[in-house]
Ligand binder design. Sequence first.
Ligand code: ADP
Length: 478
Amino acid sequence: MIQEIKEIRRVKIDKNSILFKLWKSFVIFAGLILISIWLFQTVFLSSFYETMKIREVTKVGNELRSEYNSEDFETKLSNYANTKGLEIKVLDENGAWVFPLRLFDEFVERPRMIWENFDKFFGSLKRDNRTYKIYTVRYENLKDPSIIYAGYLGNTDGEDYYLYINSVLKPVDATVDVIRRILIIISLLALIFASITAYFVSRRLSRPLVRMSNTAKELAKGDYKVQFRKGEYTEIDDLSNTLNYAKNELTKTIEMRKDLVANVSHDLKTPLTVIKSYGEMIRDISGPNETLRNKHLETIISEADNLTALVNDLLDLSKIESNLEEIKKEEFDLEDSVHEVLDRFKINKNYSDYSFVIDSRGDTRILGDRSKINQVIYNLINNAINYSPVNKEIKLVIRGDEEKTEFHCIDRGIGIKEEDIKGIWDRFYRVRNNHTRPEIGTGLGLYIVKTIMELHGYEYGVHSKINEGSDFYFIGSK
Ligand code: ADP
């Protein structure tokens, strides 16, 4: 039963598909053209045809009148009558037929036109001083209207002669009927052609889209090597470029996540191992020996600090990354911020042998997210401390003018090699050979700085020389 329902659904037309929409447009287009033709033929064709007929009859009439005196006038009359399907008569002034004459007409009384009609058609010519007139008449015995040409031929032997041409408008209706039939056939053909064209065009149009949708499914399954292929159209090319770009970014993020997990697990594991083994050492060896025990405990505390630093950095990072949009800019004094941050270091007796010098000049206000800028200053000072093992002098320079405020954190520490400078802003990057095992830092500090700076749109950077020291700076706007 379920199977059956599925089958039936598949046959149902998808009204949102390209095929259906194209087909609809084609049919509407063909329909509009056909309706225009129908309208034209029903509304205009009859009158158009009548005008044509009048013109033709007038032409024949005028030509014949000009030939009246020629010798083969009668032959011409017969020719026109035969070839154009017209009823042509020549009448004398009494309305009697002069042409065409049937075999015995010479001997019996010649047929004549009803006087009323004769007077209506020809009598009025003289009265109105005209050479010819055109009438549209509906004779009682004929079902179709006629076009009558009534013309004056001339005077021969003192008698006036007249030309009468009658063209029945029957062909118009006949033609309209034929056209109507043709149109029905054309309509059907148009429908068939529209369907066929719609089918092929839509297939061509949708093919690259279907292909892309399949590729996207592959991607969703976790195959990040897939490539969105370009199609036959600019729009499709644009779409595949965008999708490829999105795919690359996605891949990068996924790679980064993997790295993050790997790095974090490693960085968590190392201190934990140390803590565990020192804990065991205290239990098994140094327990009663106070000096040794304290030494071991110091190591445990220091490793616990490392762990705390790592967890804090990770929390900062996730906070920054999760609310990328939320930069709450306000105007504040950068010098105040530097003091605030420094106070946090000063209360830690580990840093008591460091000297901090603040050199502040000008208008030191700045426009930015205060807590995030504080974080940047903290990270930069923290690095300056961490990487200045001997010369423990750290200079904090603030320079402000009308447009901007600069901050420099200058140390005389170990410095950075030129080739390393590019990498230090990356996540988890640590300059090698700094330490046998990095006791300080997580490799996230400068990455956090970079992210915050980019969110603010501030210029930032570092000038550094190996074994001489570093100058980390940023330039904030007002
Ligand atoms: P970490 O937590 O390892 O300090 P950071 O992202 O803060 O990570 O810094 C990345 C690397 O840049 C550090 O490992 C260090 O090698 C180098 N570095 C950062 N600041 C300084 C500095 N003031 N002097 C020398 N090297 C530095």
